[in-house]
Design a protein around this ligand. Structure first.
Ligand SMILES: [Cu+2]
Length: 155
């Protein structure tokens, strides 16, 4: 009995990507007004070992992309990126005016007293994928509205 228990533990231990954890701090999503189609999700990611953020999803959004803000002909624009490198031990900030997770095709208005479930998909340098689920509180609409000055270069 005891032996079975231990081997089970061992099996579970192996299947857990203990080598592939990412600390997710201060997540938040910018609130929206009715009819608004998109908003940003922000947080600070610190990977234990080298990893990449490669995707994200949320039940409130029909489409989720990873975006960066960049200067293009003197204009600050958002554009989709395939992934975001997270070097081991280095805090990478997703923040207004920088990298962010773009929640698009929103299915509901995100009001300030709610929170949004988000699943982040990471990839190890070996190509293994792992996911971490979080709940991000919705910040009032007025909070750090950097994104308003930007526009999507892809549309
Ligand atoms: Cu964006």
């Amino acid at each position: 009995m005891k032996k079975t228990f231990f081997s089970l533990l061992l099996v579970c231990g192996v299947s857990l990507p203990a080598h592939a954890q990412v600390a997710i701090e201060d997540p938040w999503v910018r609130g929206t007004v009715p009819q608004q189609q998109a908003t940003g999700a922000f947080m600070v990611l610190t990977a234990k070992t080298d990893a990449r953020l490669v995707a994200a999803r949320s039940p409130v959004a029909g489409l989720v992309e990873l975006h960066e803000m960049a200067m293009e002909n003197d204009v600050m624009k958002m554009r989709a990126i395939p992934g975001l490198s997270l070097p081991a031990g280095q805090a990478v900030a997703l923040k207004p005016g920088g990298y962010h997770i773009m929640l698009m095709a929103l299915k509901e208005t995100l009001t300030a007293d709610t929170s949004v479930p988000l699943t982040l998909v990471f990839e190890t340098p070996q190509g293994e994928r792992f996911e971490q689920a979080i709940t991000a509180p919705v910040a009032p609409l007025g909070a750090a509205r950097m994104e308003k000055s930007g526009s999507h270069s892809q549309r």
